[in-house]
Design a protein around this ligand. Structure first.
Ligand code: ADP
Ligand SMILES: O=c1ccn([C@@H]2O[C@H](COP(=O)(O)O)[C@@H](O)[C@H]2O)c(=O)[nH]1
Length: 203
């Protein structure tokens, strides 16, 4: 199994890059584990308390479970991936059965920040987009798809998103084997990535 970690700031285009790779890959099967499904659950807190949490710090992620799931899939075992809701900031209680396949992509803002998880990757990618462009994309997405209002997005950007990006996410770029600029559609980088993946699988 080939394991690929794809990180980058919020709104950098990680999901978009992953979807483009999936469309082009010439392999039997690919699993994608999104870090977004591995946020810690906080069932004892009220919704208002959960809304106030910092979701951009590495401690907000259940890296133990994520790493355990990556290791299980590599050992040819199935996993039950938790499902997370961005509306309630909590796990829904549902699970998705994931069976091992030839390629495993692990994507998320913090997936290159955890030492144990870093050991599991064969290829590490960082998607780069300038912060002003990422903020614009985040405002659009969170107001249109995640039920947030403008003031909430801007407040979160200033209080947690930007400082956490500077402290944890941007430095994790140094772990990457490849940096993909994604200010505009970058077909060359996507072609390059799919070629690298296909070649690694042939070895
Ligand atoms: N190269 C690009 N040019 C313009 N818009 C893009 C590009 N890549 C992604 N987007 C848009 O930016 C938003 C965030 O992209 P997404 O892939 O969800 O980012 P991430 O997963 O890193 O948070 C989406 O609305 C997506 O359509
Ligand atoms: O309950 C939550 C958990 C996370 N977030 C925000 O999501 C982004 C990460 O998602 P991307 O798809 O990579 O942008 C992160 O910046 C958190 O702030 C949330 O709003 N609520």
């Amino acid at each position: 199994m080939l394991v690929i970690g794809i990180a980058g700031g919020t709104g950098s285009g990680k999901t978009t890059v992953v979807n483009k790779i999936l469309q082009q890959l010439n392999v039997e099967g690919v699993n994608v584990l999104s870090q977004d499904n591995y946020y810690h659950d906080n069932p004892n807190l009220t919704l208002a308390e959960r809304e106030a949490l910092n979701y951009d710090h590495p401690k907000s992620i259940d890296f133990e479970l994520l790493t355990q799931h990556v290791k299980a899939l590599k050992n040819n075992q199935s996993i039950e991936q938790p499902v997370y809701s961005f509306v309630t900031h909590s796990r829904t209680g549902d699970h998705v059965l994931v069976e091992p396949k030839n390629v495993l992509i692990v994507e998320g803002i913090l997936v290159l920040t955890n030492k144990e998880l870093l050991k599991e990757y064969d290829l590490k990618v960082f998607v780069h987009t300038d912060s002003d462009e990422r903020l614009i994309r985040r405002i659009r997405r969170d107001t249109q798809e995640r039920g947030r209002d403008l003031q909430e997005v801007l407040h979160r950007y200033q209080t947690t998103l930007k400082p956490m990006h500077q402290e944890f996410i941007e430095p994790s770029k140094n772990e990457a084997d490849l940096i993909v600029p994604n200010m505009k559609n970058n077909t060359v980088a996507i072609d390059f990535l799919t070629t690298v993946i296909n070649n690694s699988l042939k070895k």
